[in-house]
Design a protein around this ligand. Structure first.
Ligand code: SF4
Ligand code: SF4
Ligand code: FES
Length: 238
């Protein structure tokens, strides 16, 4: 543990007094002492955006819980990463998400749902989003029926890693989804098919075509056909 000085913050995390450098987030501090806080929108490779709120923790018993991935540690505060209030909030967030999106292929999210005792029938009248599956290139499929709008793919395609800016926000309100500019097909977008967006997606929304084909029960020949790179794109990428 680093020594306390003017640039260090000392506070209590789950009953343990710890000292961390100023600017450390509560998530980082928790990880330093081996505490796990669930995350969905947060990823080590992307800038924390505080969108999903599943990482909320209790700071000084305050009325509003704080998102651990963006809230910084404060001097003399008392933080609880998991108590009854925190659990109730996380459970509700997961239940709301589950009522709007197909989460069945998000392994870590499924584990979270088990851990927090999610009631999958909590919002029986909620209507799940319905999007067509985007199967417009030989590399990967986009199924926004499974998208939690965590923004990781957009960020990793932009300044956080790839600097390609192939992805953006499509439509507004309930129909908001990740899209290419003007919803053009991936082959016509600036996408270079690096696969980084697939790597950070916490659900099955982005999936390599081979994996998707196997799930659909396609034969090896059908998968080979489907993943064949068209001549024009081949020339462009050579
Ligand atoms: S595969 Fe395409 S959309 Fe995905 S991160 Fe790479 S360039 Fe961006
Ligand atoms: S497609 Fe995946 S990574 Fe992108 S916003 Fe949706 S859930 Fe997040
Ligand atoms: S993980 Fe912190 S708000 Fe999503």
């Amino acid at each position: 543990m680093p020594e306390a000085d003017d640039n260090m913050i000392t506070f209590t995390l789950d009953g343990e007094e710890i000292t961390v450098p100023e600017g450390t987030t509560l998530l980082e501090a928790a990880r330093m002492i081996g505490k796990e806080i669930p995350v969905i929108c947060y990823h080590d490779a992307t800038t924390a955006n505080g969108l999903c709120r599943v990482c909320v923790v209790d700071v000084n018993g305050g009325r509003l819980l704080q998102p651990a991935c963006i809230a910084e540690c404060q001097h003399d505060s008392i933080v609880e990463t998991r108590n009854e209030r925190v659990e109730r909030n996380r459970r509700t967030i997961l239940e709301m998400l589950n009522s709007a999106v197909d989460l069945s292929q998000g392994e870590a999210i499924q584990e979270m749902m088990m851990d927090y005792g999610v009631d999958e029938s909590r919002f029986p009248d909620a209507k799940r989003r319905e999007h067509d599956i985007h199967d417009d290139n030989p590399f990967y499929v986009r199924d926004y029926n499974q998208c939690v709008l965590c923004w990781r793919c957009v960020q990793v395609c932009a300044e956080d890693a790839q600097y390609t800016f192939a992805l953006t926000l499509g439509e507004r309100g309930y129909d908001t989804h990740v899209a290419t500019a003007f919803d053009i097909g991936m082959m016509d977008s600036p996408c270079v098919f690096c696969g980084q967006c697939i790597g950070v997606c916490p659900t099955g929304a982005l999936k390599p075509k081979t994996e998707w084909g196997l799930e659909q029960g396609m034969s090896p020949d059908e998968i080979r056909q489907m993943t064949r790179i068209p001549r024009r794109r081949k020339e462009n990428t050579e």
